[in-house]
Write a protein that binds this ligand. Structure first.
Ligand code: NAP
Length: 587
């Protein structure tokens, strides 16, 4: 099990706000709550779950969404730490399914912040009247497949038992936060919390002594945002991360009007690119252009908004050690130019991996934060943390006193949220056991031996490596089409074959051999020092590295071949009642 979310406020953080709770309980449809069987149950009311229930409701499929949170939004409901914002262009993060929605919503910033993102998701849910299909404050503890009935049976923490023909796991990729395992965490007398659990009512920072552990994408946002608001900030860095400027800016009415007029073009560009962004790779060969031309490209990209510096770069950056090293050195020089103290600058430059082989955080004045007198960097590679004390932290070098400790220590990524539910398939096989050495799936959306279970953004799909909403729309549409097909053809059981799953997993594994990412210690390869079994070098093949267009064509091909690779079982009696269903392929 991951380290418990353990000490003092960590356990107490985010008790549901009473008003929020009352309003959600009132809003929750009593009919919905008293029903015990649905055709489809969706677990998770985040970006994927919201779109999934919209699709199901539009088709008149009897479905509900369950979420343990007091309200919808998933990632954007929970992560309320200062500085939390998109690093995808806002207008590429919105849903694309409704022209009306695209035309109505005004993104205020190129990279929109958490409160606005949550407001957007609420707007979508209200506009399409989706709340009536959602149930909150209910955590699914177990999901067991009943072979005799070809149904899933779900156990909830509020004591309810629900059943459904199909279950859709829209659990999110980064929804299982992990704390470090440090002696004494429960003894700290100040406030401490994981960034995921940043108190919703906000935290008084003025004059406070704050310690933060971690320098991933989350910490990089927090540090830059709070450096000038706290009394004193000490950053405990185990390994630095490569990072480049976000270059955020407001979006005026005129700019938004222009974006609206170009949505078709923008979304088509996203559909063309490997990462689902507007940023297209530079198709020139790294070695075909001169060094001056390479520098010219990098100078331009460094000043441009968003992930261009990563994704509009030469393709060799991802695959060729020498090309990657040359570019990494370019970014290292940029860091040296921004950080006044050369010794601190060197500590902020990664030495164990090249740029872009881990997920690149984008920053706003992050490096400049270290030029402030009240911001201190502690290299815990050199002087490790030994314990949390009542008043702060002790490293092998010295004691630090804090009012607040922030754990920006990441997530049990991609599979963590699955492991936290007791999922059992055919013959009681436990999913956590099947996946203990890494996930294996068919298309990242189904699992052999776990029939009627769908994952619109599962492990081994392209969604983790794609601008998330672009990826989840693909996944949700594919899953919905299968559900529609099942309804039309009286399919009561859909289970990918073992061979199909093995072939897909082998393909996903093989793709890692082409990318430098395979060598990185990051969540893309399943590394997490806080989760037993995930802390050492054995990579877990979690993501599809072939790019979104190839992924889409592969999953569409399965459909074109009549769901090849999936064993489909029909309810023959039902089919006899309406012969059109008989046209389905049945396994
Ligand atoms: P992360 O990238 O996994 O970073 C966790 C950090 O905590 C790392 O610096 C890690 O050090 C450190 N750490 C973990 N356990 C530790 C321990 N026991 N002792 C000391 N240090 C420890 O997690 P994250 O920053 O939350 O980001 C996760 C992902 O969320 C991102 O990659 C991104 O995909 C997403 N995200 C997106 C946005 C956005 O869209 N704008 C913003 C934030 C996050 P090591 O590197 O040494 O392991």
């Amino acid at each position: 099990m991951p380290a418990a979310r353990g000490s003092n406020e960590i356990l107490r953080s985010n008790p549901p706000d009473m008003m929020e709770l009352v309003s959600t309980l009132t809003a929750r449809s009593m009919t919905e709550q008293s029903k015990t069987h649905f055709e489809v149950i969706v677990i998770g009311a985040g970006v994927a779950g919201i779109y999934q229930i919209h699709r199901l409701a539009s088709l008149g499929i009897d479905a509900t969404v369950l979420d343990s949170a007091p309200d919808l939004g998933g990632t954007w409901y929970w992560n309320r730490y200062p500085g939390a914002r998109f690093d995808s262009e806002s207008y590429t993060y919105g849903y694309s399914f409704s022209k009306e929605l695209l035309n109505e919503w005004h993104w205020k910033e190129r990279f929109s912040s958490q409160p606005e993102n949550l407001r957007y998701l609420n707007y979508v849910a209200d506009k399409f009247d989706l709340r009536k299909h959602m149930q909150f404050n209910c955590r699914v503890q177990s999901a067991h497949f009943d072979e005799a009935a070809n149904q899933w049976r779900l156990g909830l923490d509020d004591g309810r038992q629900l059943s459904c023909r199909f279950v859709v796991l829209a659990l999110g990729l980064l929804s299982a936060p992990t704390l470090p395992r440090i002696e004494g965490m429960a003894s700290f007398k100040g406030r401490s919390f994981h960034t995921f659990d940043w108190p919703h009512e906000g935290v008084e920072l003025a004059g406070k002594r704050v310690g933060i552990i971690g320098t991933g994408a989350t910490a990089i946002q927090v540090i830059a945002e709070i450096a000038d608001k706290v009394g004193d900030l000490t950053v405990f860095q185990r390994r630095p991360n490569w990072s480049a400027p976000l270059n955020n800016s407001p979006i005026s009415d005129a700019e938004m009007a222009d974006i609206r007029s170009r949505y078709d073009e923008i979304l088509a560009a996203c559909a063309r690119t490997p990462g689902g962004f507007e940023h297209e790779p530079d198709r020139r060969g790294f070695y075909e252009v001169t060094r001056e031309e390479r520098i010219a490209l990098w100078d331009r990209l460094y000043e441009e908004p968003g992930f261009g510096i990563w994704l509009a770069n030469f393709r060799e950056i991802f695959t060729d050690e020498a090309a990657n090293a040359e570019f990494s050195e370019y970014i290292a020089d940029r860091i040296r130019r921004r950080v006044k103290d050369p010794a601190i600058a060197e500590k902020l430059i990664p030495k164990d991996h090249g740029f872009g082989v881990q997920r690149v955080p984008l920053e706003t004045h992050y490096f400049e934060a270290y030029n402030r007198d009240n911001v201190h960097l502690v290299d815990i590679g050199e002087t490790p943390i030994v314990r949390v004390t009542q008043t702060g932290l002790a490293t092998t070098d010295r004691d630090f006193d804090f009012d607040i400790i922030v754990y920006a220590t990441g997530f049990d990524a991609i599979t963590g949220a699955f492991d936290r539910i007791d999922i059992r398939g055919v013959a009681g096989e436990r999913l956590a056991e099947k996946w203990k050495d890494g996930p294996s799936t068919f298309l990242g959306m189904m699992i052999h031996g776990f029939p009627n279970l769908l994952m619109p953004s599962g492990p081994q799909s392209a969604s983790a490596t794609t601008n998330f909403p672009r990826g989840i729309e693909t996944g949700v549409n594919w899953c919905t089409n299968l559900l529609e097909y099942a309804r039309k053809h009286d399919i009561v059981r859909a289970d990918p074959s073992l061979q199909a799953e093995q072939d897909w997993s082998a393909k996903v594994t093989k793709m890692y051999s082409a990318v430098l990412m395979r060598k990185a210690k990051s969540w893309f390869t399943g590394y997490n020092s806080n989760v037993p079994g995930h802390e050492h070098g054995r990579p877990r093949y979690l993501v599809y590295n072939g790019g979104a267009p190839k992924f889409v064509s592969e999953i569409n091909e399965v459909v074109a071949k009549g769901y090849a690779g999936i064993d489909l079982t029909r309810d023959v009696e039902a089919s006899n009642r309406h012969p059109a269903a008989g046209a389905a392929r049945s396994g």
